[in-house]
Design a protein around this ligand. Structure first.
Ligand code: GLN
Ligand code: ZN
Length: 744
């Protein structure tokens, strides 16, 4: 029996990865210094593995993204991999590859563009390079690392779905070549990641998949790794010439059932992912001992004990967290502590150490202060009617129209306005105690005043306060809620060198006091036009946090929803007529397999509706920033929001197509310009987008707004863009007879 770990964070304990690469971009770090620094960082990363586990792969390190690296290896982009500028050009230059979410995580990968015309060839043998560079570090078996062909092709774009088998066979050749070279150089195994096998795998993919792995398995001893969920085609993998198969036994519960049913081949290694790579709660080592003994007796396979998914979804280490509640600190594990757990588990199993359980709860600081009977009661007492608004949309709509008196094609924005360096500096100064609370508040008020004035000048119909007081839409609310903690150093990569710190939801959640009331009512006091109350929804708060596991996730979401509902009440009480509850994570939090969607969307919609249970005359908006709506529109309907604003410009009409096939009965604002681009859209192009959309979406249900919040843009871009947007609205009203006319 061995311990095995993979996916250990590349960021470094002091975020060295980010510092080095960004320093290089800014011209502050030389190319040599970057290479030396990265080599040292990799050495430390591998040394950490070596300290705790028996084996680990080499070649995981990347300067930006592993999917991009794979595309370069296969000759899709034939830049010289040693040419840093060419590399970063692909990663973040003007014509960079698009970016999208990596499975159901918050990591974003670069999406390669493939077509039938792509000439695949082995262009760069990255694992070979790494194995040669790092051989000296490891005394353990030498194991290369690769993203597998199925995952690579499936997560790329540019080709029609039926072309996938063709492309899969086409990439197999350079893959085979690469593997043979690695094998010849003396590698014992190659870890080949195929997380795409946990998605729904269409039957049409299987023959090509089998053929490809038949040949790759002969090129080198493969450890085919899957994670994030269970593999429904497991028996098929059993027949392939693989040295081992990695299964996530934490987030792929059905994997255990599959093993129970089909067994596990005794000539293969089972890389048993029993330690959680996605969440932070310490493992129950006693229970894991039993699970391992069980697996051993039931399968007869060679067992390698491992993490269930790459450790990169966890911060580096809990150790430097000095300010964390000791009760919480004692109960969580980040990547390094996961390696320690593997080591400890193995020692126990071999009888090498006594079984004083480090996760033994009785030795830990108590957690009574985490719980609130009141919050528990409130959730326990919820009845079906608490999740529904008093009146259906058809009755709310006329009440809201009468109250708001908006023109045809009302214009609005998604919430945030530019977060200038000044805004960020002031926030930091306030946090560091350099300016007083009163000074900070005055500063924020001035920003709000300027923002309202500007929106009035531009002529927008529904205004926002600008979100200057918020760094991050989840952090802002999480900090104001009981039961949610923040780390000081718990950074994760979200893409490239970009990092974020997820909160940890550990106890019962409730709001201490109103969270947004002050800023929103201040903004509303400055104008006759409606100002939207801005909240982040419960599903998004849950999706972007580490979540407690001692109660079902929907109960966590309901607790948060109730706290938000209190906020909605306060805003209504203060006369706010429109409230927007952002749920950008509503779609992305959905499970990977379609079969699991219904139950998820059921609680997700319920949580949203619980938060959004506003009076009938309050217009409830929600915002989501993505565009693959085809399969989820009816789940969005379940949210019962009066207005949804979504991202639409970058999807080139796909969104509108979705509405062609589904009769969405409420109001919708498919974004009319791309906030990710500094380009100021022209009036005519905005008009053209709207004209196309209103062929499908009825005019009286159409809102005009950007794709998303404007916080990453500069004022010089935002002002003309919004002026053009408002001008487009006027032109359309003139054309369709709606200017100044109140709609019924
Ligand atoms: N209201 C938020 C903003 O405007 C929404 C951001 C988001 O959807 N991610 O920034
Ligand atoms: Zn958005």
């Amino acid at each position: 029996m061995r311990t095995y770990a993979y996916g250990y964070p590349r960021l470094g304990e002091g975020r060295e990865f980010k510092r080095l690469i960004e320093g290089y971009w800014q011209g502050k770090v030389s190319e040599t210094a970057l290479r030396d620094g990265m080599a040292e960082l990799e050495q430390q990363r591998l040394a950490t593995y070596a300290q705790f586990v028996d084996a680990f792969p080499m070649g995981e390190m990347t300067l930006y993204d592993a999917m991009l690296d794979t595309a370069i290896m296969l000759g899709v982009y034939s830049i010289d991999p040693n040419d840093l500028n060419a590399y970063f050009e692909l990663a973040r230059g003007e014509n960079a590859l698009p970016m999208t979410k990596w499975f159901n995580t918050n990591y974003h990968y670069l999406v390669p563009h493939l077509s039938r015309a792509t000439a695949f060839r082995l262009h760069w043998n990255k694992p070979l390079q790494h194995l040669q560079a790092w051989r000296s570090v490891s005394g353990s078996p030498s194991i290369g690392y690769l993203i597998g062909p199925y995952t690579f092709v499936r997560l790329s774009r540019g080709y029609a779905p039926e072309e996938l088998p063709y492309l899969l066979e086409a990439v197999a050749e350079p893959y085979g070549e690469l593997l043979r070279q690695v094998r010849q150089a003396g590698a014992d195994y190659v870890q080949i990641d195929e997380p795409a096998l946990v998605l729904d795998v269409p039957a049409e993919h299987l023959p090509a998949l089998q053929r490809v792995y038949q040949s790759l398995g002969e090129a080198a001893p493969l450890l085919l790794m899957t994670y994030y969920d269970s593999v429904d085609v497991l028996p098929l993998l059993y027949e392939l010439p693989l040295a081992g198969i990695g299964l996530d036994l934490v987030h792929g519960k059905r994997n255990l059932q599959h093993i129970g049913r089909f067994g596990f081949p005794s000539d293969k290694i089972l890389v048993a992912g029993i330690i959680d790579g996605r969440n932070v709660w310490r493992s129950n080592l006693g229970a894991l001992m039993e699970q391992v003994e069980n697996l051993q007796s039931r399968t007869g396979a060679t067992l390698w004990l491992s993490n269930g998914s790459p450790l990169m979804h966890l911060p580096v280490s809990v150790a430097p967290e000095e300010k964390l509640d000791p009760a919480l600190k004692a109960r969580i594990a980040f990547a390094k502590e996961r390696l320690q757990e593997l080591q400890q588990l193995k020692r126990w199993l071999l009888g090498e150490s006594d079984r004083s359980d480090p996760s033994n709860m009785s030795d830990m600081p108590p957690t009574d202060h985490w719980y609130s009977t009141e919050v528990r009661q409130r959730v326990a007492n919820l009845r079906p009617s608490d999740f529904e608004r008093e009146k259906p949309y058809s009755e709310r709509d006329p009440l809201q129209r009468a109250r708001l008196n908006l023109p045809l094609f009302p214009t609005t924005t998604i919430g945030s306005f530019p977060q200038t360096p000044e805004v960020r500096q002031m926030r930091t100064a306030y946090r560091n105690g350099k300016i007083s609370a009163a000074e900070y508040e005055t500063f924020i008020q001035n920003e709000i005043r300027r923002c309202i004035q500007l929106q009035e000048e531009i002529g927008l119909d529904v205004l926002v306060h600008g979100e200057f007081e918020r760094t991050d839409m989840v952090e802002f609310f999480a900090e104001k809620m009981e039961g949610i903690a923040f780390t000081q150093h718990g950074w994760l990569l979200s893409y490239g060198t970009r990092v974020y710190r997820p909160p940890i939801i550990y106890g019962d959640v409730q709001r201490r006091e109103p969270m947004t009331l002050k800023e929103i009512t201040f903004a509303q006091s400055l104008t006759q036009k409606p100002v939207k109350g801005m909240l982040t929804g419960p599903v998004t708060i849950v999706a972007w946090s580490f979540v407690r596991e001692d109660i079902p996730v929907e109960q966590v979401a309901f607790q948060i929803a109730l706290a938000l509902q209190d906020e909605v009440r306060d805003l209504e009480e203060a006369g706010i007529a429109i409230i927007q509850i952002d749920e950008p994570a509503y779609r992305e939090r959905a499970p990977l397999k379609r079969a699991d969607w219904e139950p998820y969307f059921r609680w997700a919609a319920q949580a949203f509706k619980l938060a959004a249970r506003a009076r009938p005359e309050t217009q409830l908006h929600t915002h989501m920033c993505y565009s693959d709506f085809n399969e989820v529109l009816h789940f969005i309907d379940w949210m019962d929001a009066d207005v949804i604003t979504i991202e639409a410009t970058r999807s080139k009409g796909e969104v509108i197509g979705a509405f062609e096939h589904y009769n969405y009965a409420r109001q919708i604002g498919p974004g009319v310009f791309d906030v990710h681009s500094p380009v100021v859209p022209r009036v005519e192009s905005i008009e053209a987008i709207i004209e196309r959309a209103i062929r499908v979406i009825p005019r009286e249900r159409f809102w005009i707004n950007p794709d998303c919040g404007l916080k990453t843009r500069r004022w010089e871009e935002v002002i003309p863009a919004l002026q053009h947007m408002v001008q487009a609205a006027h032109n359309l009203r003139a054309r369709y007879g709606g200017d100044g006319v109140q709609l019924r």
